[in-house]
Ligand binder design. Sequence first.
Ligand SMILES: NC(=O)c1ccc[n+]([C@@H]2O[C@H](COP(=O)([O-])OP(=O)(O)OC[C@H]3O[C@@H](n4cnc5c(N)ncnc54)[C@H](O)[C@@H]3O)[C@@H](O)[C@H]2O)c1
Length: 324
Amino acid sequence: MAVRLGFIGCGGIANWHMNHLAGLKNVEMVAFCDTDKQRAAGAAEKFNKDAKVFRDYKQMYKEACFDAVYICLPPFAHEEQELIAARNGIHLFVEKPIALDMKLAKSVERAIAKSGVISTAGFQDRYLDTVARLKKELASNQPGLMMGYWMGGMPGVYWWRRKELSGGQAVEQTIHTFDMARYLFGEVKLVHAVSSKGLMKDVPKYNVEDASAVNLQFKSGLCGTIFSSCFAQVANRNGIDVWCKEVAYSYHERGALTIMRAGKDPLVVEQKNDYGTAIDKAFIDAIVKGDQSLLRSSYADAAKTLAVVLAANESMKTGQAVKL
Ligand SMILES: NC(=O)c1ccc[n+]([C@@H]2O[C@H](COP(=O)([O-])OP(=O)(O)OC[C@H]3O[C@@H](n4cnc5c(N)ncnc54)[C@H](O)[C@@H]3O)[C@@H](O)[C@H]2O)c1
């Protein structure tokens, strides 16, 4: 039997998921909700003309029948969408960042644990073949230093440039790099961050940092820094570099992994798999089999990554280190 899906938020990333899901045989997209009803109607037109279309998510939960929901909302818009799903036995795919405060994230985490629904978050980078290779390499090579980067321009959506709506770059965007750092190196115990502003004066209604540098101390003892910038039109550095004693790795965000062994030519491992379809398929498979372990991230795990980026924000504000 097909897994029936609802969508709350039918913007850019929702359509990315819908396109993957349309290629899976055991999926039916039955309900679309967006405060901009044209977007919900547009998704129905494209993916299932018989689907129900809503502007209000509470009405969608009352009037439509579905097994799982994709929550693809801007960061500020998370309210009770996840809680209602979990309390009603509806499985959850929540786009990152899953919330803008830990109180909401923790209450959803508890509701999911109580109901036992399958949950995941939009950290598709965990499904890259090059990341699997790097993780395997690190199992036998102890890292001594890591550096992560998300350099680039500013996304066009109106809410991104407002700190109170998006959380700022570390929370909204570089969260992928922070999550990858946790995935590769384990939990973070201390965060200390600094930031800069002043290069984006020509952008109306802009109040996020232009750049930040976030020092991390991992529980393993490893240290590192993750850099963000949204002003740079030359985005030549995205990903993670890791140095071990006899080998160094350079992972390019959603791309190749370069392995540099002492005294040898660098080995470039190209990225080949369709990681976008992989995360959506893993979610559907986990629902069908009732097996959370098929997923590389749960809502509870995503809450741990959220705690790190919110700690970075706090540290940028106060200038103090934050213990986790
Ligand atoms: N995993 C990834 O690589 C990735 C990439 C892009 C975006 N995202 C994340 O996905 C989320 C959405 O980003 P986007 O780029 O799709 O944004 P978007 O602005 O394109 O789409 C968001 C949609 O949500 C709708 N919306 C807002 N409030 C709503 C509400 N209360 N009820 C129903 N609909 C509502 C908006 O009208 C809009 O259509 C963000 O948290 C973003 O960080 C993840």
